[in-house]
Design a protein around this ligand. Structure first.
Ligand code: ZN
Length: 299
């Protein structure tokens, strides 16, 4: 399904791109913390991302909307950037949330800022390499991935629900939605939970072999509630790539949603590895057919 020969074609994510990802994450943490879901801090972060992605040469816009929460209606802000090569080709969509966990005192250097910086750097990278891009690419930075109390239809994943509905309403031909979360961890390992598209899980494992992350990308039997869920529920092939072992020792996740999630825990090296992995999807997905709805198994 994912022939090795195709892996030879490549878009490059450079160490300089990784530096931009790291710098952007630092800007978000320094200037918009906390940026809890649907708050003014989140709106400030959205503006930092809008400016950074625009400066990187992407066609970027903001989407502000109101939604119910357990604390009453709030305004949320998604940021969307598009590289549209050819309307007849499909879209590959990358998603990162940028908000912090409400009330946790968590600066979200890894959980939110790292992959948000990464998407900005991918914009810069694609701008340079647009000529060899074989599909259309959309980047979506979501607000409100984190729930306030407990995940439900009115708590958490607000930005992703909004974006999934937007893609559906636009009848967007999407080859895959790839959510990136917590991938700046200086001790990077990538997990892919069970509640994801099997076609994209296989793609991720295939592309990982052609990157420095070879051997450090694994599928896990657990289900994880992340931004990919509303996209899957809307009928899209969706996956999340997440480092859910973010802690003081191997196997621990004790920095997650705590004040310990700080910039010194993430590295340019990990962002380079994560960016290289993400870019590889753009080398192969344009050339493979996504599963037809009939063949699609229930998630
Ligand atoms: Zn989180």
């Amino acid at each position: 399904m994912f022939p090795a020969a195709i892996l030879a074609a490549s878009l490059v994510f450079t160490p300089a791109d990784a530096r931009l990802a790291h710098t952007t994450a630092g800007l978000i943490v320094a200037n918009a913390t906390p940026r809890d879901a649907g708050t003014r801090g989140a709106f400030s972060a959205a503006n930092i991302i809008l400016n950074a992605a625009s400066a990187a040469g992407a066609d970027t816009r903001i989407d502000t909307f109101s939604a119910p929460t357990p604390k009453g209606a709030r305004y949320f802000t998604n940021v969307i950037a598009k590289f549209e090569k050819d309307p007849s080709r499909g879209w590959i969509v990358f998603v990162s949330h940028y908000d912090t966990k409400p009330g946790s005192g968590c600066p979200g250097a890894n959980d939110g800022a790292s992959t948000s910086g990464l998407l900005v750097a991918m914009c810069e990278s694609l701008k340079r390499q647009e000529k060899i891009l074989a599909c259309n690419v959309m980047f979506i930075w979501t607000d409100g991935e984190e729930c306030i109390e407990r995940y439900s239809d009115v708590d958490g994943l607000w930005g992703a629900r909004r974006a999934a509905q937007m893609l559906k309403d636009d009848r967007c031909d999407v080859k895959g939605v790839i959510c990136l979360d917590m991938l700046g961890d200086r001790d990077l390992g990538v997990s892919i939970p069970r509640n994801t598209s099997s076609y994209l899980r296989k793609a991720a494992l295939a592309v990982a072999d052609a990157t420095p992350l070879k051997g450090r990308v694994k599928t896990i039997s657990e289900m994880i509630k992340d931004d990919h869920v509303p996209f899957a529920e809307a009928g899209f092939e969706a996956v999340t790539l997440i480092d859910f072992e973010y802690g003081s020792e191997k196997g621990l996740n004790d920095y997650w949603h705590t004040p310990e999630d700080t910039m010194d825990k993430i590295s340019e090296k990990s962002l380079h590895e994560a960016g290289s992995l993400a870019m590889k999807f753009l080398d192969i997905l344009p050339y493979v057919d996504k599963p037809s709805p009939k063949r699609k198994r229930k998630r």
